[in-house]
Design a binder for this molecule. Structure first.
Ligand SMILES: [Zn+2]
Length: 467
């Protein structure tokens, strides 16, 4: 049987400052090595100051993943020498003296499959190594400490996954959950990274490191399973080791034998006291917990009769569900859900496009009104939406400028209907016995009006002519 376990590192990108100093948590906008201070550079004589909000956000994640919360938490030093780690140790968590990590055992459902969470840790991210040079001969390695000390939550799972597809589904659920909790923007480069361990048929466990995207994680796991199966078939022993994912060649490469926990000489971080997380704090956090994705979905279905599939898509992305909640009323909820999931999603599918979008919730209300009152067809509304996202102009102005308004004047439309009937005498005859043919005639009217005929009025006029 194939067993896959994950360690997922999630940056708390929504925090203002780093985990132990006041440098910015958002290191991405800085020139290399300018978002640093004596604390995150590990200079002698400095002391860490714990960011309280990081404790709160990490506890929210633990609660959302149904993990137990310990009464008190502790931090440990993980000692290793590497250029991206200026202190020569990383402040992290481990359950050495009982459960002292920020989250204890928990679980989450992926479809019908239960995935157990082993623990959740709060720790600091190291700096970044940047490799420059065109070939391996003249390659140089640069180090940027802007990221050093930014808050990171590590989610460790039990080896409960049986195939790469389950892994991918879990990561999608986790990423939506973090976004919904407003703790992280998983769309940012490097905001979520993962290591995986894979074993087949009860054999040795192989760890794969350095996987930068979910897409690659699925591929890496798939590659590793195939590699191990091929070794197994030839009766070659599978070595317990750490392998590195080469994203250019799309293969895993042996990098070093796996360190044991002992090699890191973990010891208690004496500069940070043990922290009590009392029941009162947990109760308070429960009240602050945003509505979960599943309860949003249920609300959309039960309250507004939005179809299941549409409600799933709408609720799983915080950007869209917030937009929906800001704009809808009882009367237009279905229409707005429809506009968001069929048209808007294609227009603002990246963080960058969302930032640039000029769309306001009032635009969605106006669009739904225009469709429901027959002022705009769905096709014209889609064109208008494209213009709104680009320019942010009022809908009425766009309708006038692009001449999108429906042909809803009865006399005007009747002339076009009569013209179509005279051109299609056969279809008219058929429509009398076969109601399906009437759709063909509606289509012809739409063609003549460039999609602007009021569909209901067109249908009514045609029916009158046929009967
Ligand atoms: Zn700092």
């Amino acid at each position: 049987m194939t067993k896959i376990g994950l360690e997922i590192h999630c940056q708390l990108t929504k925090l203002e400052s780093k985990l132990f100093c006041s440098c910015k948590a958002n290191y991405r906008d800085y020139q290399p090595n300018t978002n640093v201070c004596p604390i995150c550079m590990g200079l002698p004589g400095t002391l860490p100051r714990l960011n309280q909000k990081a404790i709160k956000k990490a506890t929210l994640i633990a609660m959302a993943l149904n993990c137990s919360t310990p009464e008190k938490i502790a931090f440990f030093r993980k000692n290793y020498f590497y250029p991206d780690l200026p202190k020569n140790f990383q402040i992290t968590q481990l359950n050495i003296y009982g459960d002292t990590s920020i989250g204890g055992p928990g679980m989450i459902m992926v479809g019908d499959k239960k995935i157990r969470i082993t623990r959740i840790q709060l720790e600091e991210d190291p700096g970044r190594l940047i490799y420059e040079g065109v070939s391996s001969k003249n390659q140089i390695t640069l180090v940027d400490y802007n990221r050093a000390g930014t808050p990171l939550v590590e989610v460790v799972t039990e080896p409960d996954f049986e195939n790469p597809k389950q892994v991918r589904e879990f990561l999608n659920i986790l990423s939506d959950l973090l976004e919904n909790l407003d703790v992280s923007d998983p769309g940012l480069e490097g905001a979520m990274r993962a290591d995986a361990n894979v074993s087949i048929k009860g054999g040795n466990k192989v760890e794969i490191k350095n996987i930068g995207s979910f897409h690659d994680l699925e591929k890496a796991v798939h590659f590793e399973i195939t590699r191990q199966e091929s070794l197994h078939a030839r009766e070659i022993p599978i070595v317990q080791e750490t392998r590195h994912w080469d994203d250019k060649r799309k293969i895993t490469i042996s990098s070093r034998s796996k360190e044991e926990e002992l090699d890191y000489r973990y010891f208690l971080e004496g500069d940070i006291p043990w922290i009590k997380i009392g029941k009162d704090i947990q109760e308070k956090l429960k009240l602050e917990m945003p509505e979960s994705i599943s309860s949003k979905k249920e609300r959309f279905v039960a309250k507004y009769g939005i179809p299941d599939q549409v409600a799933i898509v709408l609720s799983s992305d915080k950007f869209y569900s917030d937009l929906f909640d800001e704009s809808h009323s009882e009367d237009n909820a279905k229409e707005i859900a429809n506009i968001i999931t069929t048209d808007l999603m294609g227009l603002v599918d990246t963080t960058e496009k969302r930032t640039q979008s000029k769309l306001q919730s009032s635009h969605l209300r106006d669009l739904a009104d225009a469709i429901q009152s027959g002022k705009l067809t769905r096709g014209s509304a889609k064109n208008a939406l494209y213009e709104i996202v680009k320019s942010g102009k009022e809908l009425s102005q766009i309708i006038a400028e692009l001449d999108l308004g429906n042909v809803s004047n009865e006399d005007e439309l009747l002339k076009i209907v009569e013209q179509v009937i005279s051109e299609e005498p056969q279809a008219l005859e058929q429509a009398k016995s076969n109601p399906q043919t009437i759709n063909f005639l509606v289509g012809k009217v739409m063609q003549k009006t460039k999609g602007k005929a009021d569909p209901q009025l067109t249908l009514d006029l045609l029916k009158k002519k046929i009967s």
